[in-house]
Write a protein that binds this ligand. Structure first.
Ligand SMILES: NC(=O)C1=CN([C@@H]2O[C@H](COP(=O)(O)OP(=O)(O)OC[C@H]3O[C@@H](n4cnc5c(N)ncnc54)[C@H](OP(=O)(O)O)[C@@H]3O)[C@@H](O)[C@H]2O)C=CC1
Ligand SMILES: CC(C)(CO)C(=O)C(=O)O
Length: 340
C-alpha cells in the first residue's frame, strides 16, 4: 500500500520522471502517468543519470505510479505535461486538489501557469522553469544532458519542500519576476524547432554557425518584440540576453571560446520538440514561437521568422524532414524580406 504522497508529478514523461525520480528517496512522490508510460515504468523501473556521472535505479516495486487523475490529491503538484495538455490537466486537477494545494508548472512557454491558475481557482499556482535537458534514452531511462538550477516563483508555502529538493540535488532558486525568467528561457527554446529540423544532437547543431545564425534570427526578432512591448528579459547567462544573437553568429572557434556553457551538453541530447516529432506527437511550437507571433500581432506587428518556423514544424509534424542549415537560413531570410 503506497503512503499518501507529499508531491505528485502530473505528467510523467521526460521532465516528470526525472524530477520525480530524483525526489523519490527524499519525500513521498507519486507519478501520474498515461497508461503507456505506466506500463514502461512497471516493466523497467526508473533509471536516472546526469552529465556529472550521477546514476540511480529505482525498481518498479518501489515506485508509486498511478494513471487516474483522482490519485493526484497532494499538497504539492508539479505539472510536467506538454503545453497542449495543460488545460486538460488543469481540469482534471480541479476536481481533486485541496484548496490549499500548491501547483508548480515546470513547463516551457509563457502562459502555462496562467492557464493552470484559471483552471484551479483558489489554489496557489506558481510558474517554474527547468533549465536543463532531459531525454528518455531507452524505456524508463532518463538522462539529464545539461545543467542549471530549477527556478520557481518565490512563495513562502514552498519552505517545507526545500530540504527535499536540496537533498535530491535539485536546487530550487526562488525568483520574484518569473515572466522575465520565462521570456529568457523562451529565447533558448526558440532553438527547439531548429534542433528538430536539423535532426542533429543539440551539441553538434549548436557547434555549427549556420544553425546558430538561424537561431540568432529567431532570437533577434523575439528580443525586438519584447523590447517593443516593454517586457524585460532576465539574464540566465553570464552575458545579457540582448547579446545572445551576436554571440551565436560568431565563427565556430570564437563561439566555443566565449560561450562554452552553451556547448556543455551531452553529445546525444536533443530538444523536446525533436522528441515530439520522433514520437509523432503534436509539438509545443504554438506555445514557443507562437508566443512571439501572438505578442507581435497584439502590437500590430509581424514576426515573420518565427511565423515561418511554425509553418516548417507543422510540415514536419506531417512528414519527417531533414534540413541543411544553409537552406533553412535562406528560407528564414526570405520570410523576413518578404514581410518587410
Ligand atoms: N524534455 C526536456 O528536456 C525539457 C522539457 N521542458 C518542458 O517540460 C514540459 C514537459 O516536457 P517533457 O517532459 O519533455 O514532455 P513529455 O512529452 O516527455 O512528458 C509529458 C508526459 O505527460 C503525459 N500527459 C499528458 N497529459 C496527461 C494527463 N492529463 N495525465 C497524465 N499524463 C499526461 C504525456 O503522455 P502522452 O504523451 O502519452 O500524452 C507525457 O508522457 C514541456 O513544457 C517542455 O517544454 C523543459 C525543459 C527541458
Ligand atoms: C533544455 C532545452 C532548452 C533544450 O533541451 C529545453 O527546454 C527543451 O528541450 O525543451
Amino acid at each position: 500500500m503506497n503512503q499518501q504522497p507529499a508531491i505528485v508529478v502530473y505528467g510523467a514523461g521526460s521532465v516528470g520522471c526525472y524530477l520525480g525520480g530524483r525526489l523519490h528517496a527524499h519525500i513521498a512522490v507519486r507519478l501520474i502517468a498515461r497508461p503507456r508510460m505506466a506500463d514502461v515504468l512497471h516493466e523497467h523501473g526508473l533509471t536516472l543519470s546526469d552529465l556529472q556521472g550521477f546514476r540511480q535505479y529505482i525498481p518498479a516495486g518501489a515506485l508509486d505510479v498511478q494513471t487516474q487523475p483522482q490519485a493526484a490529491r497532494a499538497p504539492l503538484v508539479l505539472v510536467t505535461v506538454k503545453s497542449a495538455d495543460t488545460v486538460q490537466a488543469g481540469r482534471e486537477l480541479a476536481d481533486v486538489l485541496p484548496h490549499d494545494a500548491i501547483v508548480i508548472s515546470f513547463q516551457n512557454g509563457l502562459h502555462n501557469a496562467d492557464l493552470l491558475c484559471t483552471a484551479l481557482p483558489g489554489r496557489t499556482v506558481l510558474a517554474g522553469m527547468v533549465p536543463f535537458n532531459v531525454l528518455q534514452r531507452s524505456p524508463g531511462s532518463f538522462h539529464q544532458g545539461s545543467s542549471g538550477d530549477l527556478i520557481v516563483e518565490a512563495h513562502p508555502a514552498l519552505a517545507p519542500y526545500l530540504p527535499a529538493f536540496a537533498s535530491a540535488g535539485l536546487h530550487l532558486q526562488q525568483h520574484a519576476d518569473m515572466p522575465a525568467i520565462q521570456r529568457a528561457k523562451l529565447l533558448f527554446n526558440l532553438n527547439n524547432a531548429i534542433n528538430a529540423l536539423s535532426d542533429l544532437p543539440l551539441r553538434q547543431e549548436l557547434a555549427e554557425r549556420g544553425w546558430r545564425r538561424c537561431l540568432a534570427l529567431a532570437q533577434r526578432e523575439a528580443l525586438d518584440i519584447f523590447a517593443a512591448a516593454h517586457l524585460p528579459v532576465a539574464r540566465l547567462t553570464p552575458l545579457p540576453a540582448n547579446w545572445l544573437p551576436h554571440i551565436l553568429a560568431l565563427p565556430d572557434a570564437l563561439f566555443a571560446r566565449i560561450a562554452p556553457r552553451m556547448l556543455a551538453i551531452d553529445p546525444h541530447a536533443r530538444s523536446s520538440t525533436w522528441e515530439d516529432l520522433q514520437a509523432g506527437r503534436r509539438t509545443e511550437v504554438d506555445a514557443l514561437h507562437g508566443a512571439i507571433v501572438e505578442l507581435a500581432t497584439a502590437m500590430g506587428k509581424r514576426a515573420p521568422i518565427n511565423e515561418r518556423i511554425i509553418e516548417l514544424i507543422r510540415e514536419a509534424e506531417q512528414a519527417p524532414v531533414k534540413w541543411t542549415s544553409e537552406i533553412l537560413l535562406e528560407a528564414l531570410r526570405r520570410a523576413q524580406s518578404n514581410a518587410s
